[in-house]
Design a protein around this ligand. Sequence first.
Ligand SMILES: Nc1ncnc2c1ncn2[C@@H]1O[C@H](COP(=O)(O)OP(=O)(O)OP(=O)(O)O)[C@@H](O)[C@H]1O
Ligand SMILES: [Mg+2]
Length: 332
Amino acid sequence: MSTSTGEKPLLRVKDISVAFPVTGRGIVRRRIGSVRAVDGVSFELRQNETLGLVGETGSGKSTTALAVLRMLDLSGGRIEFDGHDITRLGRARMRRLRRGMQMIFQDPFASLNPRMRIGRILEEPLVVHGLTGDGRGSARRVDELLELVGLDSGTRDRFPHEFSGGQRQRISIARALAVSPKLLICDEPVSALDVSIQAQIINLLVDLKRRTGLALLFIAHDLALVRHISDRVAVMYAGRIVELADRDALYERPLHPYTQALLAAVPRPDPEVETARGIGLLPDEPPRSIDPALGCPFSLRCPKAMDVCRCETPPLRMRDARAVACHLYGPD
Ligand SMILES: Nc1ncnc2c1ncn2[C@@H]1O[C@H](COP(=O)(O)OP(=O)(O)OP(=O)(O)O)[C@@H](O)[C@H]1O
Ligand SMILES: [Mg+2]
């Protein structure tokens, strides 16, 4: 198991990298290097499965999501979705395939057009993908979508500002589901919402996955939420996956010192209820290397660092039915 899943995966991400240019300050703004926001990331996702993606700010989670959607150019690696190699697809073919992969963002207000009524917001993706049929068909579909996310069909004539944050996120989810995607990427979908509303949205996602067989890539800071929703969890640090395991294995027996530090920083009283704000408790900011640093990127902060960690980057290796990138678990 682990970076691979046995069954034929819906999404196969193999060794992808994304680099952003770093420019100098002066007027010319010459390119002086690049940030490797994502550096050799691999994972697979099958239908009806949720992969959680955690890691502190700047670790490359959103960049990974945008790269999977091909909204960013890759500097290396390969992405297969639903049996197609999408690594280098042109715009037109990518647009058709993108129907199968939708995304919801942290801030539903920013992603909904404030001047459109909800009915039109939900019809728009149907129009873009030529799925309207006759006019009545799309009206029925809008009602279905509203019902699917627990909103009254009477709300179709309202504008986004007439809803609460939680209701707006339901609308974003309905819009993403309009075209019946196979994969839904959720980037911090509840972090802008009240804790009480967060649970409702998470339960809605769990229910939708059960009903539709969706695959979810679920990005969040909140480790307790990720534990609740995920089947497997990948931990990112400085653009790399450092550990990827089944949910319970990861939470009950984390192997990588970074995963251990993340989990140790979660406030404990009742981890099922308490939202984890622990990531900020780790000392120091994560490193943002301009050139790929030699050695393990976590070695500067790692309490267990050895000499080898400062000169060799550990590959992601299988260990105890999981993948972990750490010299503590080196080749036997
Ligand atoms: N468009 C961009 N141009 C230059 N650098 C970028 C760009 N987008 C992201 N980065 C850099 O890439 C790295 C990864 O960013 P990313 O947004 O993927 O992190 P993240 O894990 O999603 O963080 P957060 O939890 O704060 O959302 C960061 O160092 C960030 O500054
Ligand atoms: Mg992000």
